[in-house]
Design a protein around this ligand. Sequence first.
Ligand code: NAD
Ligand code: TDX
Length: 332
Amino acid sequence: MLRMLVTGGAGFIGANFVQYTVRHHAEYRVRVLDALTYAGDRVTLRSVADQIEFIEGDICDRGLVDRLVAEADVVVHFAAESHVDNSLHDPEPFIRSNVLGTYSLLEAVRRHGGRFHHISTDEVFGDLPLDAVEKFTEDTPYDPSSPYSASKASSDMLVRAWVRSFGVAATLSNCANNYGPYQHVEKFIPRQITNVLVGERPKLYGTGENIREWTHVDDHNAAVHLILTKDRIGETYLIGSGDERTNREILDLILELMDQDPDAYDHVPDRPGHDLRYASDTTKIRTELGWKPVYGDFRAGLAATIAWYRNNEWWWKPQKDSVEAKYKLLGR
Ligand code: NAD
Ligand code: TDX
């Protein structure tokens, strides 16, 4: 058995990763380290609670991290502040958790050895014009726009430096926008679905022409597992479905799938510095590692996600009012 430490395992992607690992990878004994911020909830792991160990704690707690890393063979690092709008309102937690937290983990891995995989985002590259065919590659220079993406870019740079200078056995992946069950209601797709469910109108930032490349969370997590099976230390892989859509298209589809009027939504003021388009060239992970997304049909994946939110109100409802109150203050 390999001992795996998953940071941020009570959040959206981390919890799906832990569930996926328990279901498909019996070779790992999983331990989760999560600070249970507003974005993390133990209840998200209840279906696997008996098969994992959960530790409530902060990745910036150097003593705790040192002990847990010493007891792990593999560390998969998801923990982060993850919402762009929050970073525009208050950047500090982003610098702390995303930069200092990653530093604290890297120092522990430097001392104790073991494999480290760092989860990052395509937002580190900045954005692409709306009308271009160009995509990000692993060699695209970093050019982050928001405090969130700047903090993730910093963490990626730290990982690369620790590989080169200290020989830390790390890999990195930069994934496109994820969707699926257990995504926090502050994020675009869950916010609009749950708005419809509570009788609020969905909210579209600006013109709605911004483009994202939506990738199912299980496809992301399958890619991470594939990377873990290979010893390509120091390598970075882009992950993305290739399915690019404007925000307005996504909203149209949500309204259609939820039997709403096509114009039953509000335009709200745009996000400051709003990135226009993200799109990743995923040739490297497809050809080197043989990864390809299983969730090819976005419409079906979105319908399943809508059904999940419909059936799991107990999970998201407690957060909904406070999230909307926060958006109201931001005017969005
Ligand atoms: P999330 O906000 O849903 O979950 C983050 C988790 O990390 C929460 O459980 C939270 O409690 C925990 N956490 C935060 N700060 C912590 C700290 N200091 N110590 C310990 N735990 C802490 O985020 P997510 O959407 O699941 O994203 C997970 C990772 O994937 C992040 O690194 C993010 O940058 C990256 N990513 C996300 C997306 C996406 O579309 N959501 C896409 C690409 C990459
Ligand atoms: O109410 C909304 N209306 C709206 O039009 C919200 C919340 C968002 N939007 C727009 C902004 C973006 O163009 O939808 C798009 C997606 O927004 P988010 O869900 O906030 O995602 P994004 O900013 O693209 O970042 C996400 O993908 C990359 C994740 O939150 C990051 O953690 C990840 O790194």
